[in-house]
Design a protein around this ligand. Structure first.
Ligand code: GCU
Length: 659
């Protein structure tokens, strides 16, 4: 392992001294029965327990062979009793019995206990049965081999630098952190696979990738790689990437065999094809299914998964063309092959039809597909949601998506994806605090916890994170919880109104530029004129509403029934249109933008009140971010309000200052 110069924090695994909640007796001894103590996951779990208990309670648990009267008795049971990855915990007097059927279950059980202790909760009277709600709980890193991170707001990559793979204690800590929240898969490189990254599937990088893979495997996490669909052309194979070309197929067969020989147990590959300049099957007149199936068949032999992204749209659109609708693209490109995807293909679908905006409807492709494996993709890297400068706790949004009843029955998006997976484009980098803004770590923590246990509320998750990371003080919990839970609405108020999205500075995606994308090729238009704003996606417009199943098709299609927070996503609406609040649309835009700034000011005041109770480094970093957030909110308020005042000529009822 290399030395790693930069410092890093312990996120929520701080293991600092904790008030005794009567837990000493349970932590004095550990006995493991039925599992091999030398198994890496088991020994990592025991090491973790010792480290945590020493830090929090000041004692060193003894590892014993006989069943302890005081302590933890870990017993292996059949998976018919406790499913893989799950655990049962039961307190019997001064002993806790943990049952699990595999090593991962033990690891998660240990992290459960450490979490309770860190939150100063008592372990007496435990009687719980836990298993993950969702099968694959994954993170996608958009890290490039040169060390940059696409849409990274927390420094550089901690995996790569200057086309080399970095392996250090930091990597191990990262594996611990994500295992502690139940993550069981990571894709380490950017979906845009270019240059050196194409060589990750060649012997150039096998040794280092193997080491990384083993570090993660020790914490129950499978490693995946993003793949360049044009690799045959770039790595000296056939002069084509046509999935029907026999030479191409046999090149991939050989390459994948080579990879699995060097990296047995590799999780598989993630592919972004035919998207934003990446090559793909469309180049050869083939379907997305043709491309995905070719690779999936070859991977199946080795037990690897093929994950294929559905972010496929025309990114060279003419803004004058009002019929082409980027929102339609995912569905249009993938639905016709439903049932034709190889069983080893998983389609990875972004939560909304556009691209990680602060408010979008749920993609109609998820659950629209009936015979295809689907995985839900969200973004905790805050590309469009404040870039880890502005606080924006995204768990409430993710819960909305999972809870969406997409087809008129009680079936939810969660039901579609639970046996497949949930993935987040992650928000970490080599910053000392990992996530730029310390509060942004609540999104990483929250994503993992939600994927493990979808029934947790956004509030419960926030409280868990605060207790472990900041303090168990009631005032701190109340203040930070309020900041987190209101942050998404606040951000939405001072940025893009009612689901319209975009209006951001092109390319960087931070700060306002109302017309920044309006006359561009990217298909992200707001269509504002002097009378109104919004995109007509109804059956009279682009027809996008027709991709939904009932009742949503009708609900969204009708301006009267369309949920107001999505009004401008689905409809072109006159500024004088009266909303349910009794306000006109234009007045709503003005008011929310003033409110948004005021709410940021309130957050800052509340944050300052608890300064003395917060870790000094966290207070300093977050305070700096809040200052930037307030400036950003004011910029947005003034751009948006001035823009719409100038467009519409309608004065603010309250006579506030516009520029
Ligand atoms: C967004 C983002 C890109 C990214 C893409 C993707 O468009 O801006 O940087 O590559 O999403 O999800 O593939």
């Amino acid at each position: 392992m290399e030395n790693y110069e930069k410092k890093w924090t312990n996120l929520w695994l701080k293991y600092e001294k904790r008030a005794d909640a009567g837990n000493f007796c349970f932590c004095e001894m550990v006995c493991v029965q039925g599992f091999d103590e030398h198994n890496t996951i088991i020994s990592n779990a025991l090491k973790e327990f010792a480290k945590g208990i020493k830090g929090m309670l000041g004692i060193t648990p003894a590892v014993v062979t006989g069943i302890p009267a005081k302590g933890i008795w870990i017993a292996k049971v059949a998976d018919a009793i406790v499913p893989n990855e799950g655990f049962h915990l039961k307190t019997e007097a001064e002993r806790i019995v943990m049952e699990a059927s595999d090593e991962n279950g033990v690891l998660y059980g240990i992290f459960y206990l450490l979490r309770q202790i860190a939150m100063e909760k008592s372990l007496a009277g435990l009687n719980i049965k836990e298993r993950p709600a969702i099968k694959n709980r994954m993170l996608n890193h958009w890290d490039n081999l040169d060390g940059s991170v696409e849409r990274g707001y927390s420094g550089h990559s901690f995996y790569f630098d200057n086309n080399k793979i970095l392996i250090s204690e930091r990597t191990v800590d990262y594996a611990r952190f994500i295992a502690s929240i139940g993550i069981n898969g990571v894709v380490i490189n950017n979906v845009n696979v270019k240059d050196a990254a194409t060589y990750l599937i060649t012997p150039t990088y096998f040794n280092e990738v193997r080491q990384l893979k083993e570090i993660f495997a020790g914490y129950g996490v499978k490693l995946f790689l993003s793949l360049n669909f044009a690799a045959p052309l770039e790595l000296g194979g056939p002069d084509s990437a046509d999935p029907f070309d026999e030479d191409v197929i046999s090149w991939w067969r050989g390459q994948i065999a080579l990879v699995y020989e060097a990296l047995p147990d590799l999780g598989g590959f993630l592919v972004k094809a035919d998207s934003e300049g990446r090559p793909g099957p469309f180049t050869y007149g083939r379907t997305q299914a043709d491309g995905a199936n070719m690779l999936a068949r070859l991977l199946d032999v080795h037990g690897g998964m093929l994950i294929w992204r559905c972010f496929v749209y025309n990114c060279t659109q003419d803004w004058r063309d009002r019929k082409t609708d980027r929102a339609r693209a995912g569905y249009d490109n993938f639905i016709q092959s439903d049932g034709d995807y190889h069983p080893n293909v998983i389609l990875q679908i972004k939560n909304g039809p556009m691209d990680f905006q602060i408010r979008e409807p749920v993609s109609p492709l998820i659950g629209g597909l009936k015979k295809t494996n689907q995985m839900l993709e969200v973004q905790i890297a805050q590309e469009y949601t404040g870039q880890q400068i502005d606080v924006c706790y995204l768990i409430p949004m993710f819960k909305e998506v999972l809870d969406f009843k997409y087809c008129g029955s009680s079936e939810k998006i969660f039901d579609v994806i639970k046996n497949i997976g949930f993935v987040a484009v992650t928000n970490t980098g080599d910053d000392e605090n990992w996530t730029g803004n310390d509060l942004a770590a609540a999104n990483l923590y929250g994503f993992g916890r939600l994927a493990w246990s979808v029934s947790l509320s956004a509030e419960e998750i926030a409280e868990e994170w605060i207790r472990q990371t900041l303090s168990c003080d009631e005032e701190v919990i109340a203040v930070v919880k309020k900041i987190l839970l209101s942050s998404r609405d606040t951000f939405e108020k001072y940025t893009c109104p009612l689901g319209i999205g975009w209006m951001v500075t092109p390319h960087y995606h931070y700060g306002p530029s109302v017309d920044g994308y309006e006359y561009s090729q990217w298909g992200t238009y707001h269509r504002a004129d002097h009378l109104g704003i919004g995109v007509d996606r109804t059956d009279k417009g682009t027809g996008y509403t027709g991709q939904y199943q009932e009742p949503h098709k009708s609900i969204y299609n009708n301006i009267e029934t369309c949920p107001e927070e999505l009004l401008l996503f689905f409809h072109y609406v006159p500024y004088k249109y009266i909303l349910k609040s009794g306000k006109t649309l234009i007045q709503h835009i003005y008011d929310t933008h003033f409110e948004g700034v005021m709410e940021v000011e309130e957050m800052i005041k509340a944050w300052n009140r608890i300064e003395a109770k917060l870790p000094a480094d966290v207070f300093a970093v977050v305070t700096g971010r809040f200052e930037q957030q307030l400036n950003n909110a004011k910029e947005w308020r003034d751009h948006i309000n001035s823009y719409f005042y100038r467009k519409s000529g309608i004065a603010d009822e309250k006579g506030r200052k516009f520029y």
